[in-house]
Design a protein around this ligand. Structure first.
Ligand SMILES: NC(=O)c1ccc[n+]([C@@H]2O[C@H](COP(=O)([O-])OP(=O)(O)OC[C@H]3O[C@@H](n4cnc5c(N)ncnc54)[C@H](O)[C@@H]3O)[C@@H](O)[C@H]2O)c1
Length: 370
């Protein structure tokens, strides 16, 4: 049974581990969070991500540890790295978690057989080439294999990807990564194989394009409202043009969450790094903010401060529990600061997070879980 290592088995890495385990691989997962590892070992982990608890309970070939050498000292020749890459203030990504893992790896004896590190974390263009330069002296290769998944459907998104993006160290490693995905994907995705830097640019470009499309739809929708016509009629017709397509072209709240906004900003930073401007990225961010201001004005025109305004579903996406950069929550905050009486209705896990940050700025109602 082929062994695969995964360093960083958080939201993304654990789902990958579970999908691979079910496809017949022997998975060695490493995570620095001791309590978390214990909860996985004892199968007591609770997760809002569909299928995770079930797959974990059924897993027979998943071993987890806090010790990196449990992976490096084994015969594992394929190691995914899926640790955080938080955004820096300037919009680029902080790679220090990956660097720390690699520093630790380099303290251990080099592997006898060529070992392939596959970076899953989102990184800036050029990073994987520089990491490969460092690691290749010690019998490692570095490839880049980012995923296009959304919170709340990670397991399913991994099983049914539109495309598998592989920034390969060489053709042989690319074949190995493709074979891994062929063994667990339940559809026939496009395998987009390319150089590491091409894949790094592609990952950011896809998310930059999606944010732009969402911001565009909302801007056109705002315009139709000003002209007192129906936004859905216009957007449905725009999306019916096959060159454009209907996906991500609905009128609603702006984009948010932990991936799209930061990947869009990082795209601009990547351009600046090589002396280019990429104004589309900044304009998209600005449009998202302008749309929220437009919605704020609309509420102000339609509600008096004596009335209660109800917001339900405060997460950035309905099937997740993440409130990071949620535009509907930011709108509710703006209204509350202007003196409006706002009732927030959502699941307990969401309300608890908001209550910690915003205390009694709002009235809250906890909805029963489905
Ligand atoms: N979650 C998503 O929907 C998603 C989507 C696309 C891309 N990504 C990218 O994947 C990466 C990981 O995201 P995530 O959401 O899984 O993050 P996460 O915070 O849920 O998980 C990361 C895990 O890495 C562990 N870790 C940190 N340092 C470590 C170390 N030195 N050794 C071992 N483990 C370590 C943490 O304890 C944590 O469990 C990020 O770069 C993110 O941008 C995530």
């Amino acid at each position: 049974m082929t062994k695969i290592g995964i360093v960083g088995i958080g939201r993304l890495g654990l789902c990958l581990a579970l999908n691979l385990e079910r496809a017949g691989f022997n998975i060695l997962g490493v995570d620095s969070n001791t309590d978390y590892i214990q909860s996985i070992q004892s199968k007591a982990l609770t997760s809002n991500e569909p299928h995770v608890e079930l797959f974990l309970n059924e897993a027979k070939n998943l071993t987890v540890s806090t010790e990196l050498n449990s992976v490096i000292n084994s015969e594992t020749q394929l190691i995914f790295i899926c640790v955080p890459t938080p955004s820096k203030i300037d919009g680029s990504f902080n790679h220090s978690f990956i660097d720390d893992v690699c520093d630790e790896i380099l303290k251990l004896a080099p592997p006898k057989n060529k070992t392939h590190l596959i970076i899953n974390s989102t990184v800036m263009p050029g990073y994987c080439n520089s990491l490969n330069d460092r690691m290749s002296l010690h019998n490692y290769t570095v490839s880049y294999n980012p995923e296009f998944i959304a919170q709340g459907s990670i397991i399913k998104d991994q099983q049914f990807p539109n495309q598998v993006l592989i920034g390969e160290a060489n053709e042989d490693v690319g074949d190995k990564i493709e074979a891994i995905y062929r063994s667990f994907c339940k559809n026939t995705p496009r395998y987009s194989r390319m150089s590491r830097t091409e894949a790094e640019i592609t990952k950011l470009a896809v998310n930059c394009f999606l944010t732009t499309k969402i911001a565009f739809a909302n801007s056109i929708g705002d315009l139709t409202i000003k002209y007192d016509v129906n936004q859905n009629n216009v957007l449905a017709a725009v999306g019916a043009d096959e060159r454009i397509g209907p996906q991500f072209l609905r009128y609603g709240f702006g984009y948010g969450g932990p991936c799209l906004p930061r990947d869009n900003r990082a795209m601009n930073k990547a351009a600046n790094h090589v002396g280019l401007e990429l104004p589309i990225s900044e304009a998209t961010d600005q449009s998202n903010d302008l749309h929220r201001s437009f919605q704020l004005e609309t509420f102000e025109q339609n509600y008096s401060k004596d009335e209660q305004i109800v917001f339900s579903e405060l997460t950035y996406k309905s099937d997740s529990d993440i409130i990071e950069e949620s535009q509907q929550l930011e709108l509710a905050v703006d209204l509350a600061h202007k003196g409006y009486n706002i009732l927030l209705k959502d699941r307990k896990i969401v309300i608890e997070q908001i209550r910690i940050i915003h205390e009694d700025l709002f009235t809250y109602e906890v909805l029963e879980d489905d």
